[in-house]
Design a protein around this ligand. Structure first.
Ligand SMILES: [Zn+2]
Length: 307
């Protein structure tokens, strides 16, 4: 039986690694293990996850609840996983297969939802009634947590604002969007502009020389490069526009940033003053915060699926 005192195991099912943690009821880390994700079959992945969980339970000396965070989501129609970058799992009964191996109910959620939950429970959004957690990483995923619970939505896509178009585009951005199609089939998605990949791509498209990543663009701007500085100023305005639509719709108390882009320190100074240009309110007090748990947020949030 799962009680509030039951230790919680969280598993982050990534394309290259499986990471698992066990947390006690206060969020203290009891155990952690990381292994490579088996590549060849879904069955091998289920077996690896089940073995990880059993090792975790052996380490903490107790039966644990199990939550799993993964890219994609379980289809509300079929229960099968879809949209994962671990493509052998797409269309597979992942939840059922792992439950059979572990002889218990488990919970599975999107990895960005797990990030948002982790930061809402004991991270940058701790104590806030509503938290929007957004990962600007390889892609742009996000999750919504209200009163400590993940909002899944009817189609289990709540928070997927990365596939809305960049709002309030100027003429240049409208012209550019056709050149930057999104894997989802649309063009001009927020993800294509503001994921770490998108930030680098737009910058490198307009210059010669070695392609730079976002951290290098920030360094270049800090060294006095006028073009890099102008570009980052535009990125900050794009982030303000994207987040303003979230505030107008959801009005969360805290927006927590994750992923590589969240390491750009100047965002936390430069983006908030831009929000009133776009938000439907004469003042804007939404806290824009950097994540507390870093790369561990996803796996911690998976554990908190049983909070
Ligand atoms: Zn898209």
């Amino acid at each position: 039986m799962t009680t509030n005192r039951t230790p919680r195991i969280g598993v982050d099912l990534g394309g290259t690694k499986l990471e698992a943690v066990a947390l006690d009821a206060s969020g203290t880390l009891l155990w952690r293990e990381r292994i490579a994700t088996p590549k060849h079959s879904a069955e091998a992945i289920y077996d690896a996850i089940a073995a990880l969980v059993l090792r975790g339970e052996g380490n903490v000396g107790a039966a644990c609840s199990v939550g799993i965070g993964t890219p994609g989501s379980l289809s509300p129609k079929t229960g099968l996983l879809r949209g994962s970058n671990t493509v052998v799992l797409n269309g597979q009964p992942v939840k059922q297969a792992i439950e059979e191996r572990l002889s218990r109910e488990i919970r599975i959620a999107n990895d960005a939802n797990c990030f948002a939950l982790s930061e809402a429970v004991d991270g940058a959004g701790k104590g806030a009634a509503s938290v929007f957690g957004v990962i600007f990483g390889t892609g742009c995923g996000a999750g919504v947590v209200v009163n400590g619970r993940v909002i899944d939505g009817l189609h289990r896509i709540a928070g997927e604002f990365g596939h809305n178009p960049l709002p309030w585009p100027d003429d240049d951005e409208l012209k550019d969007r056709g050149a930057h199609g999104c894997y989802c089939g649309k063009s001009g998605c927020i993800e294509t502009w503001l994921s770490g990949t998108g930030i680098a791509k737009h910058f490198n498209a307009n210059r010669t020389g070695e392609p730079l990543n976002p951290a290098q663009i920030v360094d270049l701007a800090a060294s006095g490069d006028v073009l890099a500085e102008a570009y980052l100023t535009r990125v900050e305005d794009r982030i303000a526009r994207a987040l303003a639509t979230v505030i107008n719709l959801l009005d969360p108390e805290v927006i927590v940033l994750g992923g590589g882009v969240s390491n750009i320190g100047r965002l936390y100074t430069n983006v908030p003053p831009l929000l009133p240009n776009y938000v439907f309110s004469e003042f804007v007090e939404t806290k824009i915060a950097k994540n507390v748990h870093g790369d561990s947020s996803g796996v911690r949030g998976a554990a908190w699926l049983w909070a």
